[in-house]
Design a protein around this ligand. Sequence first.
Ligand code: FES
Ligand SMILES: [Fe+2]
Length: 338
Amino acid sequence: MKLNLDAKYYVAPQHFESEREAIFNKTWQLIGPSSSLMHSGDYVSEDIAGARVLAIRSRDGKLRGFRNVCRHRGALLLNRGEGRCHTLRCPYHNWLYDDAGNLINAPWFADDEDLNLDEWHLESISIEIWRGLVFVCIDPRESLIHQLGAIVGELEDVPVQDYLCTHSEKLSFDGNWKIYTDNFVEGYHIPGIHPEFYDAIHFDQFETEAKVGYVKMTAPAKKDLFYKGRWYWMWPNWTLSLFEGGINTSRINPIDHQHTELIYHFYFNDDSDETQALREDIIRQNLAVVKQDFQICIDTHKNYASGGYQPGPLSPRHEQGVGYFQQRYRDSVHPGSF
Ligand code: FES
Ligand SMILES: [Fe+2]
């Protein structure tokens, strides 16, 4: 019988540091739709487990990724969010970079000694688009396609790149990101935590399968349900759920070892005014289900932190996704030590 991961991995700050190094710096991270980066100068500034990054469509048409860190004394160049700009002026001492990351001016730096601007280019990171979704990676160890694994084939029937992103939202709660991930990759908690959702599906037919790079959960709907009955989680921290005429994606982003944020994007095949109320209703219902999970995660985190929990058994029927995530986690962060 597989046992749950030891509580110390969720609550000790030093494990979060290891995760930043072994997982968040080295894996491809979903930052949003490519529609946000269509035009020259469009940028998205994001956070990856505390690492500040930016993606920008340069004047030459190329999409580039950088650390959002000034090469002078490390100030943040762009606040988090989206926008459009052709130069990046550091707010601290006014160093100026172009949209390809070149330092083009360092005003008032020296009177008699020239600074070689070419030596102080912004630090580049890797960036790729897969089916209209933008991923960045600070220090890749494998290609995006390799990381995506079998989800590439699995989602062939879902027109991901044709949907329009109509809404994004950030949610946060006080708990470790892996507690939330454990929760996302099992439907075992649906009767206890999501009673309305439970009433709307044939829970006895709920299925969970762990595949290469992803966990798939399915359940037939009994009655009107905004979900289409297919939910996915992808290693290491993004999700995709199907609605009628749309999808959402989310990224599970640790703020630190005991705070987590979820960055949701909602996509639909129709963004007309006529369907606006319907879209808003789907988003509202979806986020209500997401928020129902927060309190159980917060309290579970507290129990793990208290020292009062020894790992319990994982259900072979319902928790193979939990087992899969935790095994990938062990292999990535603590290879050979389990
Ligand atoms: S830190 Fe950016 S100009 Fe000084
Ligand atoms: Fe849930």
